[in-house]
Design a protein around this ligand. Structure first.
Ligand code: ZN
Length: 434
């Protein structure tokens, strides 16, 4: 198919910072939003190779940012089976991760990225745990280049506890990834220390400094369970967020994933250091970990993203489910129907990105003409409470159409599912899970 440099979207119900703009035209050129106006004010100057897309009956919104997942875990769906976090990790996830081959890693990543794309995700942070060879990481990179959505590979590492890595090799590899991918539009790298209790103070600080040098960030699981907070108190005498602050790893380039069990002092630290919290409501519920104090984060203007977390603990990557669960858990636990609004959830799911001229053209169309959404009395509610991943019709990333009329253009979904099924059977057999 042709690759037009210019896309005109007509008849859009357009998500805007202060509300909705109906019957809008969006003009995209060279990967960016060039102009937005009412349909009746737009005059098409006949030009070169433009693509015109009719968005009638659909909401046009910024693409979702899935702030935290583990793509390798697409092969581990549905295995939690009542296990809490630490037991689930030790008995299932870590043994499967230790066995996965390069080819299986690439298929698992393709499956996860395609699922994210189909659900309207234009950017994902993959907390990438399968780092036993660089080929495993390159396999993820190849999958990203095939699917075409933006992805940050937060290269996971541990240097304490079981199977620690060598400090210098972690630093060298991270530095190499940063230097070799500086100019990529869709593949970026970050440092992904697994948790405070598996990483040393010295290496957390040094990897964070290396990330700052390369304009990247640290992405780390923190205070997902009460047990982890107690471990920090036993070892360091302070809670995890406070400890990260004391060692110089809490700032605007820190992404704190989960933050379920944080006290008032830690919430204040997250706000004053301008750290980002990645809220994973479904994963926290599936593993029985708890509910993060999202209203308190919002009240202190803490930047919040939503994350699906890995498919082994969610078990899908559907950002609509995630939004609805974020709203429902917050309202139920606080017994307050106003605790989180649908607009709050949409902002968290889109990382507060905006569709305005000059911004990157990362946007999606969501079909609102179906039984579970009609009638659309309120767009925010229709999206945050009624819609599903399958309602996403079109996905555009950096001005390139990756999915249209619910068809992914860059890969054969049926072939991918067939190959994944064969690979999963082989992996389970080798690990002894049958
Ligand atoms: Zn995680």
């Amino acid at each position: 198919m042709t690759d037009p440099k210019r896309i005109i979207i007509k008849n859009a119900n357009l998500f805007q910072p202060q509300g909705w703009l109906s019957s809008a035209t969006v003009e995209i050129e060279a990967g960016f939003i060039k102009s937005i106006c009412s349909d009746d004010l737009f005059t098409l100057e006949t030009s070169q190779n433009e693509k015109i897309i009719d968005a009638k009956g659909m909401a046009v919104i910024p693409g979702f940012v899935n702030g935290h997942t583990h793509l390798s875990q697409t092969f581990m769906r549905g295995l939690a089976n009542g296990r809490p976090l630490l037991q689930w990790l030790r008995e299932l996830i870590w043994p499967l991760q230790a066995e996965i081959s390069v080819e299986e890693m690439q298929l698992a990543a393709l499956l996860g990225l395609a699922e994210n794309l189909r659900c309207g995700v234009t950017e994902v942070v993959d907390h990438h745990k399968i780092t036993k060879t660089r080929n495993h990481t390159e396999a993820v990179q190849k999958a990203i280049e095939t699917v075409g959505i933006r992805c940050v590979i937060a290269r996971a590492w541990v240097n304490k506890g079981k199977n620690p890595e060598n400090d210098q090799s972690i630093l060298d590899e991270l530095n190499d990834w940063y230097e070799s991918n500086n100019s990529s539009e869709i593949v970026k790298y970050a440092s992904g220390p697994l948790t405070p209790w598996r990483c040393s103070e010295d290496l957390l600080y040094r990897t964070h400094q290396l990330s700052l040098k390369h304009k990247s960030f640290t992405h780390i699981h923190v205070s997902e369970t009460r047990e982890e907070v107690q471990m920090s108190l036993d070892e360091y005498g302070v809670n995890p967020v406070k400890w990260l602050d004391q060692i110089g790893v809490l700032d605007s380039n820190s992404q704190i994933v989960h933050a379920v069990w944080v006290d008032e002092e830690e919430i204040e630290l997250l706000a004053t250091r301008e750290a980002t919290v990645v809220h994973c409501p479904i994963s926290n519920a599936v593993l029985g970990s708890g509910v993060a104090p999202v209203r308190k984060f919002l009240d202190r203007n803490i930047s919040i993203r939503l994350g699906s977390d890995g498919p082994a603990s969610n078990d899908t990557q559907d950002c609509f489910e995630n939004m609805k669960m974020a709203i429902c858990l917050a309202r139920a636990t606080n017994q307050d129907a106003n605790n989180i609004s649908c607009r709050d959830a949409l902002k968290m799911a889109t990382s507060s990105n905006e569709l305005i001229p000059g911004k990157k053209a990362d946007l999606i169309f969501v079909d609102l003409e179906n039984l579970h959404t009609m009638p659309v009395n309120d767009f925010d509610s229709a999206l945050a409470l009624c819609s599903k991943g399958d309602d996403v019709d079109t996905v555009i990333v950096a001005g390139e159409v990756l999915m249209q009329n619910k068809v992914i253009l860059n890969l054969d979904e049926n072939l991918l599912m067939k190959e994944c099924n064969q690979a999963i059977k082989s992996l389970r057999k080798r690990v002894g899970i049958d």
